[in-house]
Design a protein around this ligand. Structure first.
Ligand SMILES: NC(=O)C[C@H](N)C(=O)O
Length: 331
């Protein structure tokens, strides 16, 4: 229909494409089973809000996605966003790493058009399955003029969150996703209600562009915990990783016995980035550790898995630690 927006659904798998043996199987099921055409056919309400077409990009549970998958998906999103017959793009995705893909797209796709990443916590075969409404909301937001220029968005459980801030904070339950700095708004019966807009650099305003990124450097994560040893750090430093994210305790603190190992990693050329394992953590530069002296970078408010995404993207442009720190403040 001419008056309706054109929305493309890129399907990648996950629980939103999952199927269980019975309606009571909300947690025991196989992810990534149902194809995109069947997802669309199962939701006739979509045809009233947008001209929808689907593409099956992958069919995997999101915990198994790779860096190459990320590049393939982002390049497809970028190409579609340049087409005049595409008004918005929805990506159906498993929820386990949805926040990482959403942040990667936020950083690398240059467009004002709405990009919405969506998943579900229950397979479509389960009682009170959440995927249909989440997808309906995603298509609505992707086809909305008022969603333009707000970066990559996530529509889970009636909320509209930014791809940058949102994380999976709960499993099993449908209230899985939330943002440290709050949602941007919510969607009810196909209408968007906005309350705030992102201020961190994203999409059109990003210095990174997926069209000129061909590979991502290896970046690994080592967690901090009581009784931590240097085993993970030493192994990562020797692996050829370009950066090591330390998911530190509390304010991104580092056990005194592993500080020399991190210093050694840095002097061997590995970028050391201090993050916090606290879900709503925040790392202050030169608090807890003398980052200037050690030439380390701090991850600002990013969780280890989000810091890894930004580090990979940033390292495609620079390995200067001052520049990397600027990037961590700005994105
Ligand atoms: N709810 C989900 O989608 C979980 C699933 N393991 C996935 O990420 O693909």
């Amino acid at each position: 229909q001419q008056a309706l927006p054109n929305v493309v659904i890129l399907a990648t798998g996950g629980t939103i494409a999952g199927a269980g043996a019975s309606a009571v199987n909300s947690a025991t099921y196989a992810a990534a089973k149902v194809g995109v055409e069947k997802l669309i056919a199962g939701l006739p309400e979509l045809s009233k809000v947008a001209n929808v077409r689907g593409e099956q990009v992958f069919q995997v549970a999101s915990e198994s996605l790779t860096n190459d998958n990320l590049l393939t998906l982002a390049k497809r999103v970028s190409a579609l966003s340049k087409q005049s017959d595409v008004d918005g793009i929805v990506i159906t995705h498993g929820t386990d790493t949805l926040e990482e893909t959403a942040y990667f797209l936020t950083l690398t796709v240059h467009t004002n058009k709405p990009i919405v990443v969506v998943g579900s916590m229950r397979p479509g075969t389960a009682l009170s399955a959440d995927g249909a409404l989440n997808l309906y909301n995603a298509v609505n937001v992707a086809g909305s003029k008022d969603a333009m220029g707000k970066g990559v968005l996530v529509t889970m459980n009636d909320n509209i969150d930014t791809g940058r801030d949102v994380s999976k904070n709960v499993n099993i339950k449908t209230s899985a996703f939330s943002s440290q700095w709050g949602p941007l708004g919510m969607i009810v019966e196909g209408r968007n209600y906005w309350f705030r807009a992102p201020v961190k650099r994203h999409t059109m305003n990003s210095e990174f562009d997926i069209d000129s990124i061909t590979t991502l450097p290896p970046v690994e994560i080592a967690m901090g915990y009581e009784g931590v040893s240097s085993v993970a750090i030493d192994a990562i430093a020797k692996s050829g990783a370009k950066a090591l994210i330390h998911g530190g305790t509390g304010n991104g603190s580092v056990a005194d016995r592993i500080v020399p190992n991190l210093q050694k990693a840095r002097s061997d050329g590995v970028i050391v980035i201090r993050s916090a394992r606290v879900p709503d953590g925040f790392v202050i530069r030169n608090a807890e550790q003398p980052d200037d002296k050690y030439d380390w970078v701090v991850a600002h408010d990013l969780r280890p898995q989000k810091a890894r995404i930004l580090a990979m993207v940033a390292l495609t442009k620079t390995n200067n630690t001052k520049e990397l720190q600027r990037i961590f403040w700005e994105y």
